[in-house]
Design a protein around this ligand. Structure first.
Ligand code: ZN
Length: 486
């Protein structure tokens, strides 16, 4: 006997299929999140980032900065309130991991950090403030090709260290002393484009093989290298690099002790768990030096442990050792130095104005919105702002510990009349007002109960059992619908 479905039954069948598909996707997201303590392969890593972006659309954006030598995506998860673009007055921060493909701890730390920030947004006051006030970019793998040839439990070899073209990416950046030794690789080019595109303030590059924070400079002039003695080659901001490096090492339960006791270098010691790169061993074409020479961004390198590719059962141990340090390091963008806006006499933002600290060679430039961040250790500074065709402006500023000091500048054109000097910089203030949590007061103030309620209401976090209820209900409805077809 021929069985034919009526129009209504067809509709019911389609509805059941749609429901199953919809909640099947929901269920598979539940399988991926929360992030597991496993070594994610490149496909699984991308799935985690996709799941986070889909589950927390209000505070995340997944984007690619380019492709590896073999064409794999270099995926970045942006985490902030209102993601998508730079907000005037909101600092930009980045973590980059797995630049050496066989150094995998950082890769898993960034996935766990992403999950921690997203799932605690609207629930934990500290995380909510951080996500509201900072644009955080996480690149869990800069070298996905290298990862493919690395092996779990291989603690010390170089298998998988290089990209698929056999190049060490942390020797591939243009170097002020040695130029470009190897042809620029697609991964390096992608990161260079990225760091010139976003006005990053602070960054860390996550590696493995020992336990220490390494800060610029990594390289030094050839004549000093030839001398054969170890040279501490400091940057003009050595005091700042020492200070921010210690923030990380001191927040780590063992790094600050400075005695990693790695099997290949048992006697190696680092005072306070930090070291100048050149004093440890000089390298040419490193990423942290490039950040400092060419951009506003201050970057350090984190060596997270002796074993480059530890067995997965140790991942949670690494996470608990690094979680607080990773959070504290991001918070530094709000807690050190000066920040503000540079505008013209009409209150319009001035891009490319130089922020010059007296007796300090490194200059910072304002971004297109006229905003700037200049990391400094506490103390008194004379700050001068200069731009072509404008008169310089100079201020004396006291930088306090634990808070970034706001200092704004108005520059006047050299040939302009000064009749409108007293006009306030209304346009820029308006932009800052829109992003209230970016101001000093709100970052360090307590979130009101009303704000807490609003944040909690927006939070997509559900407990695992609650998250499963819709799929159980959907399955039940589908069963009833299919049964009704008979
Ligand atoms: Zn490395």
């Amino acid at each position: 006997m021929e069985y034919r479905l009526t129009k209504t039954k067809w509709r019911t069948l389609w509805l059941a299929i749609a429901l199953l598909l919809l909640f099947g996707v929901h269920q598979s997201r539940c399988d991926i999140l929360p992030v597991k303590a496993i070594h994610h392969n490149n496909t699984a890593l991308h799935q985690v980032l996709e799941a986070l972006a889909a589950t927390y659309p209000n505070i995340t954006r997944l984007y690619s900065i380019g492709k590896s030598y073999q064409g794999k995506g270099l995926w970045v998860l942006e985490i902030t309130r209102n993601p998508g673009m730079h907000t005037p007055g909101k600092p930009e921060f980045k973590y980059v991991a797995n630049m050496h493909g066989n150094e995998v701890v950082g890769r898993e730390m960034l996935l766990l950090l992403a999950d921690y920030l997203c799932s605690n947004y609207g629930r934990d006051e500290r995380v909510t403030k951080l996500v509201d006030t900072t644009r955080i970019h996480l690149l869990p793998s800069m070298n996905p090709d290298g990862w493919e040839s690395s092996k779990e439990s291989d603690c010390s070899s170089v298998r998988g260290r290089f990209n698929a073209n056999g190049v060490d990416l942390n020797r591939n950046f243009p170097d002020p002393y040695d130029g470009q030794k190897n042809e620029l690789q697609p991964e390096t080019q992608a990161v260079m484009n990225w760091i010139h595109q976003e006005p990053f303030v602070l960054s860390a590059n996550l590696h493995g093989g020992t336990l220490v924070v390494n800060y610029p400079f990594d390289n030094l002039p050839r004549e000093l290298k030839r001398s054969g003695t170890r040279v501490y080659y400091s940057s003009p901001d050595d005091d700042i690099f020492v200070s921010i490096s210690k923030v990380y090492s001191l927040a780590h339960p063992t790094m600050h002790k400075g005695h990693p006791q790695c099997p290949i270098q048992r006697r190696e010691r680092f005072t306070d768990g930090i070291t100048n790169g050149a004093a440890w061993y000089p390298i040419s074409g490193g990423m942290q030096d490039y950040n400092y020479y060419k951009t506003n961004c201050f970057e350090i390198t984190l060596e997270l442990g002796c074993c480059k590719y530890p067995p997965a059962l140790y991942i949670m141990r690494y996470w608990y050792a690094n979680r607080e340090a990773l959070l504290k390091f991001i918070e530094l963008v709000h807690k050190s130095g000066i920040r503000g806006f540079v505008v013209d006499e009409k209150g319009l933002p001035l891009e490319g104005a130089r922020i010059i600290i007296e007796n300090r060679a490194k200059k910072i430039k304002t971004s297109k919105d006229g905003d700037f961040w200049r990391l400094l250790v506490p103390g008194n500074y004379t700050v001068r702002v200069a731009k072509r065709r404008f008169k310089n402006s100079k201020k004396t500023v006291t930088v306090d510990p634990d808070v970034s000091t706001v200092v704004n500048f108005t520059l006047f054109r050299k040939n302009s009349n000064n009749f409108n000097r007293r006009r306030p910089a209304t346009k820029i203030n308006g932009a800052v007002e829109l992003e209230k949590p970016a101001s000093n007061v709100s970052f360090h103030s307590i979130v009101t109960n009303r704000d807490k309620l609003r944040l909690a209401a927006k939070s997509p976090k559900k407990s695992a059992s609650v998250a499963r209820i819709p799929s159980i209900v959907a399955s039940f409805i589908c069963l009833v619908l299919v049964a009704s077809l008979k």
